[in-house]
Design a protein around this ligand. Structure first.
Ligand code: FAD
Ligand code: DHB
Length: 393
């Protein structure tokens, strides 16, 4: 039996922040798209991941009509604390850059985007199986998939591979097309979500002899916290008591009291830096985690994905308005300039803040770097400027 056929201008694989935001921005520009997602709507709306929005990313969400819940629930943060040798040091983003970040969970961004797309009559296919792309080097690529047992074929002008690190779009590019740049770190993060009021007003990034710890939050009643652990750490070895006492040790400083509560989620994330170049093959464009991932220390993953979306949506707008394909041809080059700076920042934050086990000399250099970064206006400004986010284009 032949597949059920449909056509759209931009076929989007994946309904993470990048696929949904691309579909949303294309809609605002009058360009139709269809998003094909393998998971259910409930799954993607409850998947706990990143939590910090760069200044310009939050502004972009507002300027594209997604500000209502963000303004009500997002927590603006004008600075952060770096804790080392038992002493906290504040980096004042607002004073150093005039900008701030917003703590707002990725799953909230996903909920806002799904609601906006559905309200605008956008087509989102959830629970798609056997998703594949074909003809990417031709002028008429297609996405094929099965939905509710029925085979579908979606013919497109362009395909956006927004299907994350483990998706099918990057591997669909011909062998030898991509050059991969990769670094695997010998540690991971044990992340928890807890029904506990945040123990501090701002995030605390802690460098401790036992390993890195991060205090973050999702709301005035929910804490999000991380502990450096082995990349393949067995979560079962971490009882709630063990987690709280290790957080207590790593975050300890004068006047600090850890608020504890019911732990509602525990997971381990391995840490990796990865870039695939170029981010395009014919009519297939890779966006976000499908093309690059960072270790989470600089809170850059979701923000970088949105950065790619801005470049691609503008290039597609020009293309479909008949103003040429230069923007599409330049897509990879333009994105990669920002991506490599974000890679550098995430690698730098990771190596500066984690226990590296490189020996006593390196440990002293690490502490000297933290002392320099927190003690010098030039050093603090470098961190603040990157943390609040480099310009989006
Ligand atoms: P994704 O969010 O991965 O979205 C890809 C979508 O494609 C998913 O919905 C997936 O189900 C779908 N998909 C995959 N394969 C297929 C297929 N074959 N067919 C159809 N659909 C498909 N970043 C931070 O800054 N801080 C953090 O604390 C942090 N924690 C993280 C924890 C985890 C476990 C992970 C995996 C990532 C984390 N990140 C974090 C990174 C951040 O969440 C990502 O950078 C961000 O999600 C990238 O968005 P994306 O839309 O490009 O990809
Ligand atoms: C969060 C995650 C990060 O990677 C980070 O650097 C800051 C905050 C979070 O999940 O809240």
């Amino acid at each position: 039996m032949s597949a059920k056929s449909a056509r759209t201008r931009v076929g989007i694989v994946g309904a993470g922040p990048s696929g949904l935001m691309l579909s949303h921005m294309l809609h605002l520009a009058g360009i139709d798209s269809v998003v094909i997602e393998q998971r259910s709507r409930a799954y993607i709306e409850n998947r706990i991941r990143a939590g910090v929005l760069e200044h310009d990313v939050a502004e972009l969400l507002r300027s594209t009509g997604l500000g209502a819940r963000l303004n009500a629930l997002g927590l603006p943060h004008e600075g952060t604390q770096l804790l080392f040798a038992g002493q906290p040091h504040r980096i004042d983003f607002a004073a150093l850059t005039g900008k701030h970040v917003t703590v707002y969970g990725q799953h909230e961004v996903v909920r806002d985007l799904v609601a906006a797309r559905l309200e605008a009559g956008g087509e989102l296919v959830f629970g798609a199986e056997d998703v594949a792309v074909e003809g990417v080097q031709s002028g008429s690529p297609a996405i094929t998939y099965t939905s509710a047992g029925v085979a579908h074929r979606l013919d497109c002008d362009v395909i956006a591979g927004c299907d994350g690190f483990h998706g099918i779009c990057r591997p669909a590019m011909p062998a030898g097309h991509l050059k991969i740049f990769d670094r695997i770190y010998p540690f991971g993060w044990l992340g928890i979500l807890a029904d506990a009021a945040p123990s501090a007003e701002e995030l605390i990034y802690a460098n401790h002899e036992n390993g890195f710890a991060l205090l973050s939050m999702r709301s005035p009643t929910v804490s999000r916290m991380y502990l450096q652990c082995a990349p393949d750490e067995d979560v079962a070895l971490w009882s709630d008591d063990r987690i709280w006492s290790e957080l207590e040790v790593r975050l300890a400083h004068e006047g600090f009291a850890l608020h504890t509560g019911k732990i509602t989620q525990k997971s381990v994330t391995p840490m990796r830096s990865f870039v695939a170049e170029p981010m395009q093959c014919g009519r297939l464009f890779l966006v976000g985690d499908a093309a690059h991932i960072v270790p989470p220390t600089g809170a850059k993953g979701m923000n970088s994905a949105i950065g790619d979306v801005v470049v691609l949506s503008r290039a597609l707008e020009r293309f479909f308005a008949g103003r040429g394909s230069e923007g599409l041809e330049e897509y990879s080059k333009i994105c990669l300039r920002r991506i490599w700076k974000t890679q550098r920042f995430s690698w730098w934050m990771t190596t500066m803040l984690h226990r590296m086990d490189h020996g006593d000399f390196d440990r002293r250099v690490q502490l000297a770097e933290l002392d320099y970064v927190t003690g010098s206006v030039a050093g603090s400004t470098t961190l603040a400027e990157n943390y609040v986010g480099l310009p989006l284009t």
